[in-house]
Design a protein around this ligand. Structure first.
Ligand code: FAD
Length: 372
C-alpha cells in the first residue's frame, strides 16, 4: 500500500469533483485522491440529465426542495457562469385534466416561494392546445451545459492539486490496519491495488450501496430507475423554448446545450423500470449496448397532444441512465440531499446530491464536520 491519503473521493461526477476540490482548497487536506471508473470525469448522471437549474417551480409538492432551489440557483449561476445557458424562454404550463395542481394553486405556490412568473405572451400560448392546457406561464429558469461543468472539473482539480485516477474502480471500502480506511482499487489494465485514507467520500450515485461490504449500506433507502430521455430537434417554433407541463403524467422539453438539441422526458415513458437497491444487480449492464428499446415515439405522440408543433420534432437519439433518489420522496418528488456518516466505518461518508444545485447543501453539511 502506498502512503495513505488524507481523503479518497470515489466517483468523479459533479459531486465527487466539487467535494474533492473543496477538501483540498477549503479544508486544507494535503493529499486528496479522486477515483473514477469511467475514462473521463462526469460521464454518467452529471452528463446524462435534463440540465435544468431548478428555480423551485418543479416542486409544488415539496416546499423544502422548492425553497432550497430558490436559495441555491443564484449561487450556482454566480459560481458556474460559463456553464449557464439563458438564451431560451422557460414556460411552465398547467394541464386541465390529470394534473396534481391547477393554475390557481401553481400561482399561489410560485408566489409563496417568491419565484417570478407571468402569463405567457399570446403567441406562446398559441402553441398549446386550449382544450388540454389551462394556463401557460413564462418563468425564470435556466439550463446548464454539462460539458462546461466537466471542463471546469478537470481544471479545478488540477489547480487544487487533487490526484485523479481515471478508469479506476473502487471495489470495496473497509476498516484498515493502522490507517482508518482501506480501499481496494482496480486500475485501467485490471491491475489491483490498495489505498489507505483517513476519510472516504462515496459519491458514486447509483453505486452508493455497493462499496461498503460488511459495514452495510446507507440508513436511508434508495430507489433506482432505468430512465430514458430522448434527444430531439424541435422545429423553429419550439427551438428557443423550454416547456414543462405540470404536475402529473406529462412531459418536459428542455434545451440540452451539450449537444445543441433538446431533451424530452415524460413522466410515463422516461422510467423504463424500477430497480431494487440490490448490489447483486449489475446496473451498468442495463445501459450497455444494445440497451433498452426507445420510447421516443410514445413520448412525442403524447406530448404533441398538448403542444401540436412537437409532432414535427426530429428524434435524434436517447440518453439512458440509472436515476437514484431517496425512497422517502416517492410521494412528494422532493430532492433533498443524503449526507450520511457510516457508523460502522468511521471516516466514511455516503453522499447523494439529488440535483445539481444541491451542492451547496452538501458543502454546508461537510463544513459542519470536524475534518482536518
Ligand atoms: C434522467 C435524469 C434527469 C435529471 N435531471 C436533472 C436536472 O434537470 N437538473 C438537476 O439539477 N439534476 C438532474 N438530475 C440529477 C443529477 O443528474 C444528479 O443529481 C447529479 O448528476 C448527481 O451527481 P453525482 O456526481 O452524484 O453522480 P454521477 O455524475 O453519476 O457521478 C458518480 C460517478 O461515480 C462513478 N462510479 C460509480 N461507481 C464507482 C466505483 N465503484 N468506483 C469508481 N467510480 C465509480 C460513476 O462512473 C460516475 O461518474 C437528473 C438525473 C437523471 C438520471
Amino acid at each position: 500500500m502506498t502512503e495513505p491519503f488524507d481523503a479518497v473521493v470515489v466517483g468523479g461526477g459533479f459531486y465527487g469533483a466539487v467535494i474533492a476540490r473543496h477538501l483540498s482548497v477549503n479544508r486544507g487536506l494535503r493529499r486528496v485522491l479522486l477515483v473514477e471508473r469511467e475514462a473521463a470525469l462526469m460521464r454518467r448522471a452529471s452528463y446524462t440529465n435534463q440540465a435544468r437549474v431548478h428555480n423551485g417551480y418543479h416542486y409544488p409538492r415539496s416546499f423544502t426542495t422548492a425553497y432550497r432551489s430558490r436559495i441555491n440557483l443564484p449561487r450556482f449561476v454566480t459560481d458556474w457562469p460559463g456553464a449557464i445557458v439563458r438564451d431560451f424562454t422557460a414556460l411552465y404550463a398547467v394541464a386541465r385534466r390529470n394534473s396534481k395542481v391547477n393554475a390557481r394553486q401553481f400561482e399561489r405556490f410560485a408566489a409563496e416561494i417568491g419565484a417570478p412568473f407571468q402569463t405567457a405572451r399570446k403567441e406562446l400560448q398559441a402553441l398549446f392546445s386550449p382544450d388540454l392546457v389551462e394556463a401557460v406561464y413564462e418563468v425564470a429558469e435556466y439550463a446548464f451545459d454539462t460539458r462546461q461543468l466537466a471542463i471546469w472539473a478537470e481544471n479545478a482539480l488540477r489547480l487544487a492539486g487533487v490526484e485523479v485516477a481515471l478508469a479506476t474502480e473502487a471495489t470495496s471500502i473497509d476498516k484498515g490496519d493502522g490507517v482508518a480506511l482501506r480501499l481496494a482499487l482496480s486500475g485501467p489494465d485490471g491491475a489491483r491495488s490498495v489505498a489507505g485514507a483517513r476519510y472516504v467520500f462515496n459519491c458514486t450515485y447509483a453505486g452508493l450501496n455497493r462499496l461498503f461490504g460488511q459495514a452495510g449500506g446507507t440508513q436511508a433507502r434508495l430507489k433506482h430507475e432505468l430512465t430514458e430521455m430522448a434527444l430531439v430537434e424541435p422545429d423553429s417554433r419550439l427551438k428557443g423554448l423550454g416547456i414543462t407541463l405540470m404536475d402529473g403524467p406529462f412531459f418536459s422539453l428542455m434545451p440540452f446545450p451539450a449537444r445543441q438539441l433538446h431533451t424530452l422526458s415524460h413522466v410515463r415513458y422516461t422510467p423504463h423500470r424500477a430497480l431494487a437497491d440490490d448490489p447483486s444487480v449489475d446496473l451498468r449492464a442495463l445501459l450497455q449496448s444494445p440497451g433498452p428499446a426507445t420510447r421516443v415515439d410514445r413520448m412525442l405522440r403524447d406530448a404533441a397532444r398538448y403542444v401540436p408543433a412537437l409532432a414535427s420534432a426530429r428524434a435524434d437519439s436517447s440518453l439512458f441512465e440509472i436515476k437514484t433518489v431517496l425512497e422517502k420522496n416517492e410521494g412528494d418528488d422532493g430532492r433533498p440531499i443524503l449526507f450520511e456518516k457510516l457508523d460502522r466505518l468511521p471516516g466514511a461518508y455516503a453522499v447523494l446530491g439529488g440535483k445539481i444545485d444541491n451542492v451547496y447543501d452538501i458543502l454546508e453539511r461537510l463544513d459542519a464536520e470536524a475534518i482536518h
